[in-house]
Design a protein around this ligand. Structure first.
Ligand code: EPU
Length: 338
């Protein structure tokens, strides 16, 4: 395994931050994990990088950045009803989704075009348009950096929650996800309940959609609303949608009768942070080289040449403004590094 020094990460983080890693290596095969243990005393601490699509570098990481480039998809089991696939952590997420669509494996079509890698998907239990990966993951395989051995966790032990899992808590920074196992149906069980998808399919003139149609609809919605990181640096939703007690939502509704909210259980409601930010007057707001995206207020953008600190300061401003207006504290979804 080659170790580079002062390695530029500009193209390896979707915010496009011009930072350099003290040390950098690519992991191309799970077997190379064993070498990490030997080299670690010289270069640690380690920071594992997938697609760099959910990270904000606040400065040059004084770490050994390991880019997960482990590739490969294998079929573990196939019946008339479903398939079980093992997918390596370095596979690009959207390419895996397209592979499933081409082969008629159903379940991930609503998650089309999400940036990042397969190995990063379980960490924050990626989700979109009513589906989260926890619905289809059976097992997560990883190299445990402290135990220095390969381990795995079944779905039920991953503690999946909304944009959350054990990999953001007890196992944070301690593992390299080498592969994820999936169980996908061979019969389309489409979930088009999320309003936008229904509308988009109608616009496309499709009344009996297949998985490819749903994927195309999701791609159209995302392309129209979310900035392409290849053009404008961003990391998708910067904040989580807050979950509040019903009474808090009712108070907001009394002032804004159209305020959107989605019941989570009998006590709580999830509010779209984008709506709160927009109502706070910040949609399209710019502060030097950074801004709140003009079409999706949940996305903070690097307008060119911004530093991680610039984005962080803007996120503070958004949190403080929303807190002042609604009394609700937004939580960052993106991971700060530095
Ligand atoms: N809205 C506004 N202003 C905006 C944008 C949205 O008021 O600028 C309101 C609208 O009322 C809309 C509601 O917010 O009905 C929800 O908007 P949207 O469907 O765009 O979804 P979101 O809640 O803003 C979440 C995820 C996205 C995911 C979409 C679709 C989080 C933090 N974000 O956004 O995930 O694509 O739902 O399922 O849960 C990501 O995590 O990076 C991401 C993009």
């Amino acid at each position: 395994m080659q170790v580079y020094t002062d390695y530029p990460l500009d193209t390896l983080n979707t915010f496009g931050m011009k930072v350099k890693a003290a040390f950098f290596s690519e992991l191309r095969d799970a077997k190379e994990c064993e070498q990490l243990a030997q080299l670690a005393p010289q270069y640690a601490p380690i920071l594992v990088l997938g697609g760099g699509s959910n990270m904000l570098f606040l400065n040059n990481p004084k770490r050994w950045v390991i880019k997960n480039e482990i590739k490969g998809i294998s079929l573990l089991e196939e019946t008339d009803e479903y398939v079980q696939l093992r997918v390596s952590g370095g596979e690009v997420w959207h390419e895996f989704v397209l592979y499933c669509i081409d082969n008629g494996y159903c379940g991930l079509e609503n998650l089309s075009l999400i940036p990042g890698t397969v190995g990063a998907a379980p960490i924050q239990n990626i989700g979109a348009y009513g589906v989260e990966v926890k619905r289809h993951i059976t097992k997560v395989h990883f190299w445990h950096l402290e135990h220095q051995r390969f381990e795995s966790l079944d779905n039920k032990d991953c503690n999946f929650g909304y944009r959350d899992s054990v990999f953001k808590h007890d196992l944070k920074g301690k593992v390299i996800i080498t592969a994820v196992d999936w169980r996908l149906s061979k019969h389309a069980q489409l979930d088009v309940s999320y309003g936008n998808i229904k509308d988009e399919l109608q616009r496309m003139g499709i009344s009996r959609p297949g998985i490819k149609d749903v994927s195309d609809a999701v791609i159209a919605i995302r392309t129209a609303k979310l900035p392409n990181p290849a053009e404008i640096g961003n990391a998708g939703s910067f904040f989580k949608n807050p979950v509040v007690e019903h009474s808090v939502y009712q108070k907001i509704k009394a002032v804004y009768p159209d305020a959107p909210g989605y019941a989570v259980d009998e006590n709580s409601t999830k509010l779209p942070a984008a709506w709160l930010i927009e109502q706070s007057g910040l949609k399209g707001y710019q502060q030097g080289a950074v801004g709140v995206h003009h079409r999706q207020a949940l996305v903070l953008v690097n307008l060119g040449g911004a530093t991680g600190e610039d984005i962080y300061q803007l996120s503070e401003h958004v949190i403080n403004t929303v807190k002042e207006k609604f009394g609700i504290s937004l939580e960052r979804e993106v991971q700060m590094v530095g």
